[in-house]
Design a protein around this ligand. Structure first.
Ligand SMILES: NC(=O)c1ccc[n+]([C@@H]2O[C@H](COP(=O)([O-])OP(=O)(O)OC[C@H]3O[C@@H](n4cnc5c(N)ncnc54)[C@H](OP(=O)(O)O)[C@@H]3O)[C@@H](O)[C@H]2O)c1
Length: 192
């Protein structure tokens, strides 16, 4: 079943990793700057579709701290056009968020995905960033990946799928589209 065609409202939605990436595979420039993501605009039917079908978001603490400091936190998500519960995995739940509507989770990746997925109420759970997404992939918890490729080479930053211990993940492309200078890609994660 596709992530956007649920037949029953009580059925859980898909878990979808949504990311903007430079051509050389970085999701931020050094120092967590995200200016590259806005270089050629963000208008994209794929982004609109993902936003419309997202019921909750799960991110990591690094996203949280950067977003609070520079990008209006929860209110900066999709330029403020999206509303819904936002969950953040952290080892520091005692160090509270400036936003009381952001829920911190610390009981592991499976518990975090289950909690956030339940909160999505049948819509999709969207995963942010790279670290948490990689943990989800390794645990077999991601169904789809939606990527916007920006025509820029950053040379350094946070890698889409970096660090040690990354096992191979096979994908099937389901969307290939142009949105101005963005290349939009969507993949289904193949389970072995
Ligand atoms: N290009 C894009 O589309 C896009 C989208 C979203 C975000 N971003 C950016 O990408 C960067 C994300 O960086 P990232 O992927 O390295 O980090 P991240 O996933 O945002 O956060 C990683 C941090 O979350 C906490 N964490 C992760 N897993 C955990 C677990 N299982 N249990 C408890 N805590 C856990 C840890 O922080 P603590 O130990 O400190 O608690 C960890 O260092 C940020 O700069 C963000 O702004 C880019």
């Amino acid at each position: 079943m596709s992530a956007t065609s649920k037949s029953h409202p009580n059925e859980p939605g898909a878990v979808l990793w949504h990311i903007t990436m430079s051509l050389d595979g970085f999701i931020t420039a050094p120092d967590d700057t995200m200016d590259f993501a806005f270089l050629v605009g963000t208008a994209s039917p794929l982004a609109e579709e993902v936003m419309r079908t997202t019921g909750a978001i799960l991110a990591g603490r690094r996203w949280h701290d950067v977003a609070q400091e520079r990008y209006s936190g929860r209110k900066g998500i999709y330029g403020g056009r999206w509303r819904g519960p936002v969950f953040v995995l952290t080892h520091r739940p005692q160090d509270p968020s400036a936003d009381p509507a952001i829920m911190f989770l610390s009981d592991g990746i499976e518990h975090a995905v289950a909690t956030a997925r339940a909160a999505a109420e049948g819509k999709n759970l969207e995963i942010f960033g790279a670290n948490v997404a990689k943990q989800c992939l390794q645990a077999g918890l991601i169904d789809e990946i939606a990527v916007h490729v920006v025509p820029v080479l950053l040379g350094d930053g946070v890698r889409l799928y970096g660090g040690s211990g990354g096992a191979e993940v096979r994908l099937q492309r389901t969307t290939l589209a142009e949105s101005g200078q963005l290349t939009d890609l969507r993949f289904r994660v193949l389970r072995s």
